[in-house]
Design a protein around this ligand. Sequence first.
Ligand code: AHG
Ligand code: MN
Ligand code: MN
Length: 329
Amino acid sequence: MERQFEEGVTLDRFLMDTLADHPEATGTFVNLCQSIALAGKMISSRVNRAGLAGMLGATGEVNIQGEFVQKLDEYANETFKRSLEHRGHTCMVVSEEEESPVLVGERWHSGRYVVTVDPLDGSSNIDCNATIGTIFGVFRRRSSEGSPAELTDVLRTGRDLVAAGYVIYGSGTVLVLGSASGVNGFTLDPTVGEFFLSHPRIRIPEGKIYSCNEAYSPRWAEGVNRFVQRAKERGFRARYIGSLVADFHRTLVKGGVFLYPADDRSPKGKLRLLYEGFPLAFLAEKAGGAATDGRGAILDRLPEELHERTPLFIGDESLVNEVTDLNRS
Ligand code: AHG
Ligand code: MN
Ligand code: MN
């Protein structure tokens, strides 16, 4: 693919260029993105050395999700929260690893942004060195600056998101950031410690790939099984990594559709709405794709509690619409 962009555009340069497009901007959002990028670099470094730094395996604790906390889950959570403190841009963090919202830093009254985060997605893959990542969403607070952030700052529809993205720790470390400027990917050059623009203006291509954990198909709705059967008859390939962030990144770059349907064991779905479904649905729609919960658009959902779960059908718009119609039928 011919190079569509100028060599050597750093994340900072890209953010400053977008700042120029928004004269009313104060630079606080740029500052927030830089904090998230720093957290991504630190987590990437630790993930890459996990096997050497005694960071594999579990802590022995169980989190609010009822899942065993991996050492890297805990490290990623602490690192992410710490990177958002003391910068004055964030007033509250909602994390998969925290039962309640976290008011960050001593200046949290003033921060204008609320951040949701899955500090490390795909934890079950850590010890077998498969791709994992950090997923985040950004809301502009509703409550007035100067007062403590409130639950209504985060229990709101995904349509209120102002940005979302992830840092994926795979063969390389890539930050994918979605905002009003579209979806752009930045690859970390570890020799200089900088993210460089590598995937400008990402759009989901057509792709004959379906991605799901077929072990659960006996418990899926009939319509979902019919979709998978049709995909096989149409010559689709199956790909499933078992890390949502990795399965989504492949879908964003190569097309196709990712399915995590509800089933009789998890009638509301397994994935979490606030820090998995919403951020990835924001990116999918910004990149010309779609995301539903098997009934309606994920971004239209209004969460009632922080760790609410959801089914997820995400990727190429026509495929998502087809499987959603079949799931509803
Ligand atoms: P997390 O590691 O943050 O708990 O997320 C795990 C999720 C997601 O990454 C992945 O798509 C899914 O669990 C895999 O579930 P199965 O093992 O049931 O396929
Ligand atoms: Mn996750
Ligand atoms: Mn996680």
